[in-house]
Design a protein around this ligand. Structure first.
Ligand code: TXA
Ligand code: MG
Length: 323
């Protein structure tokens, strides 16, 4: 069972676990977060595994200060103004990523944008001490409501994690508001801890909620899709195909593949998850018309891996994100 430690006593142990690539449940002003080093793919894969999420949706990267945020993403003037007004606090901004920022692609599900937030209190201090951003979705198993007390988090995830940092009940109790500036216009991607009026007062402009009304939490208009076609569960490689492999046994004709990446030689799904986006992108860059993918087992993280591959393989007009 997870140990529950008060914020005053938890810092060193939380740091040690994060340094070791493990995950830790931490309090924030909104809800408890299940945090892992955003630069460590295996740590990020663990987050999905612990939550039992059936798909890889992009996570929020939490930063300690504006300098750390600036190393990760580019700020347009309006986003900078909102960060100035509401950080640290329950505001998440979706921004274009900077190349080479060290963020693992599993955090952003391969997107070239990233959701950033600067939390108040323990979380901010922890990130400052670690010196690296933390990826952190709400600390609850998939399909359950977000944990707002350490006890609720421990009851839900305690058999799968080592440490819950207890900061008492979270003051806001619902997730952060997510905003994105698109062509100079401010879009509300998820309502949350800061009301629209408060944001509009700072921005000096109305929020847009998208063509089809408010997007449901967790919905995304688009996601990473390779330019190449994807062929899944292949037993035999065709001429000119690139191969995304898994495990020790190769599909027939693998020597023909114009490029090959193995998600996990030893058949480890956590390792495979951490390599998934980077390898899809790498094979896509080779320029093959088709990426053939060997079968991936469906258990554990395999469900999310297969879900993502199926989305990448779907006809382009059917790729809109559906929850
Ligand atoms: O209050 C919160 O925001 C909590 C605490 C722990 O900080 N975190 C949280 O994370 O709610 P999560 O992973 O449950 O929600 C992240 C949301 C998802 O709805 C996801 O679709 C959206 O952020 N998101 C992440 N990256 C995005 C991106 N690049 N573009 C659009 N939406 C994105
Ligand atoms: Mg959640």
């Amino acid at each position: 069972m997870a140990e529950i430690l008060a914020i005053g006593e938890a810092m060193e142990q939380a740091l040690a676990l994060l340094e070791g690539g493990d995950v830790v449940a931490i309090p924030t002003e909104t809800v408890y977060g299940l945090a892992g080093d955003a630069t460590n793919g295996v740590a990020v894969a663990r987050i999905f595994e612990v939550k039992g999420r059936p798909r890889f949706n992009p996570l929020i990267a939490h930063v300690a200060n504006r300098a750390m945020a600036d190393r990760i993403a580019g700020f347009d003037p309006l986003s900078a103004k909102l960060a100035e007004a509401f950080w640290p606090g329950p505001l998440t901004l979706v921004l274009p990523q900077r190349a080479g920022n060290g963020i693992h692609p599993l955090v952003t599900a391969g997107l070239d944008t990233i959701a950033l937030r600067m939390p108040r209190g323990f979380g901010g201090e922890l990130i400052g001490r670690l010196g690296r951003p933390l990826a952190a979705p709400s600390a609850n198993s998939s399909g359950r409501i977000s944990g707002t007390t350490a006890q609720a988090v421990a009851a839900d995830l305690g058999d799968r994690i080592r440490l819950v940092v207890d900061g008492g009940p979270t003051p806001i109790g619902l997730e952060s508001t997510i905003l994105k500036v698109e062509n100079g216009k401010l879009r509300l991607l998820r309502p949350g801890g800061i009301g629209a009026e408060e944001i509009e007062a700072v921005a000096g402009a109305k929020l847009s909620r998208g063509a089809g009304g408010i997007e449901a939490p967790g919905m995304l208009a688009s996601h990473y899709a390779p330019g190449a076609a994807m062929r899944l569960n292949v037993g035999k490689i065709a001429e000119g195909e690139a191969l995304l492999a898994f495990g020790r046994n190769r599909a027939e004709g693998w020597e023909r593949a114009v490029a090959l990446r193995n998600l996990s030689e030893r058949g480890d799904l956590r390792e495979a998850a951490s390599n998934l986006f980077a390898y899809m992108q790498a094979l896509d860059r080779v320029g093959a018309a088709t990426i053939a993918v060997e079968p991936i087992p469906v258990g554990g993280l395999g469900e999310a891996i297969n879900d993502r591959l199926a989305r990448a393989a779907a006809p382009r007009d059917k790729q809109a994100w559906a929850p």
